[in-house]
Design a binder for this molecule. Structure first.
Ligand SMILES: CSC[C@H]1O[C@H](OP(=O)(O)O)[C@H](O)[C@@H]1O
Length: 384
């Protein structure tokens, strides 16, 4: 079976799975330009922090490759690339991976120009190589962090002599952090996949994750495709699950991790973290190094994207909104930042929330696992 992924390429051709139609329809959409990539990210046809960064980078490579075919190719400098990078950056503000990828490409260009790369064709080819690396590095990185996280969890269970179920673990995850959120294998769902592949998974529980339903539509699709034992719960059922079942860990992804470990992730993650603390269940964040934003000291600096109110009133496939609540875009919070938290809309629809470091047990990247050892905040230096 072809491994599941959010996108595929052939030479300069890029295609993404239209995730708005999953799980009932698998439609591959061609991405033929940077505006196509911007629209796909903004409208969430493709979503997931690493996948967004991969598509943005590949669309830059596609653009450069096509311009190079013109003759004679225009003289390259930041002037051509900068506005394209700035435009892509504005597609979704919370996930830092997109910004990290754009910063990486801009840095590569500056370095080449600084080193006197005058040959336009050669310079552009170097940028194309770097852009393709952003996508290609993802799968191996995900497998590595998943192994780190799964091994840490199993060791922690053994250290605390916790009772397993059928000799295996029960874990809860939020949203979708698998192959559909990355270039393959996934982050938090990658850890769950590693547990399954090594015979250590009793059940993977996951929340539906309204209103986009990344859980009920995408995580279910991935876990069923994998053949992994899984149980879907409504977002409101996390507390009841912890009261009645032996859950060994909550494992989630991240869109941006601040220097102290505060983590922005899909809305509902903070709820699960508070309940996990109440039930003394380890809370594990799994994300690539490119998700860590050392430029911000804590989570209050993370911009929280507000999605259109109508998206919170639609049940996918239904003909009409489920609520008479106003969905007038003029009456909505556009972005939550330290300076703007005025709520004026009849529908509050933040796409993310921030879990404080104090509620997080471990943070896992491809470089390893960080724990707090009794401190209130993380020192992430060993895993970035
Ligand atoms: C490895 S994906 C990280 C992150 O992205 C998802 O958000 P969205 O579906 O809105 O792009 C979710 O927060 C995942 O945890």
């Amino acid at each position: 079976m072809t491994p599941l992924t959010s996108l595929r390429t052939s030479e300069d051709e890029i295609e993404i799975i239209n995730q708005l139609l999953l799980p009932h329809t698998t439609e591959w959409l061609p991405i033929n330009s940077i505006p196509d990539a911007y629209d796909a990210i903004k409208s969430m046809k493709i979503r997931g922090a690493p996948a967004i960064a991969s598509l943005a980078s590949l669309s830059i490579a596609q653009n450069l490759s096509r311009v190079l075919k013109e003759s004679p190719p225009p003289k390259y400098s930041g002037a051509h690339l900068d506005p394209l990078l700035d435009y892509l950056f504005t597609s979704r503000p919370t996930a830092v991976n997109l910004g990290a990828a754009i910063k990486r490409l801009r840095g590569k260009l500056d370095l080449l120009v600084k080193n006197g790369w005058e040959d336009t064709r050669a310079l552009a080819q170097e940028i194309i190589k770097e852009a393709r690396l952003v996508a290609d590095e993802d799968v191996d990185r995900n497998r590595l962090m998943s192994k780190h996280g799964a091994e840490w969890l199993l060791a922690d269970i053994a250290k605390h002599e916790k009772e397993l179920e059928n000799g295996k673990t029960n874990v809860l995850t939020v949203c979708n952090t698998g192959s559909l959120a990355t270039s393959g294998y996934g982050t938090a769902l990658g850890l769950i996949t590693h547990l399954f592949e090594t015979g250590n998974l009793n059940n993977a529980y996951y929340t539906q994750t309204a209103p986009y339903h990344q859980g009920s539509r995408l995580t279910s699709f991935e876990l069923i495709s994998l053949g992994a034992p899984s149980v879907m719960i409504c977002d409101t059922m996390v507390g009841s699950l912890f009261q009645r079942f032996n859950i060994h860990a909550v494992v989630v992804g991240a869109d941006r991790i601040a220097k102290n470990g505060d983590t922005a992730n899909k809305i509902g993650t903070y709820n699960a973290a508070v309940l996990a603390a109440r039930h003394k269940i380890p809370f594990i964040v799994v994300a690539p190094v490119s998700t860590v934003d050392l430029d911000i000291p804590n989570g209050s600096y993370i911009p929280i994207e507000q999605r259109a109110a109508i998206e919170a009133c639609l049940v996918r496939g239904a003909l009409h909104p489920i609520s008479p609540a106003t969905t007038d875009p003029a009456q909505a919070v556009v972005m939550m930042t330290p300076s703007n938290i005025d709520l004026v809309s009849g529908v509050y629809n933040p796409s993310f929330d921030v879990t404080p470091a104090e509620l997080i047990t471990a943070i896992v990247t491809e470089k390893g696992v960080a724990v707090k050892d009794g401190a209130a905040e993380f020192d992430l230096s060993s895993i970035v």
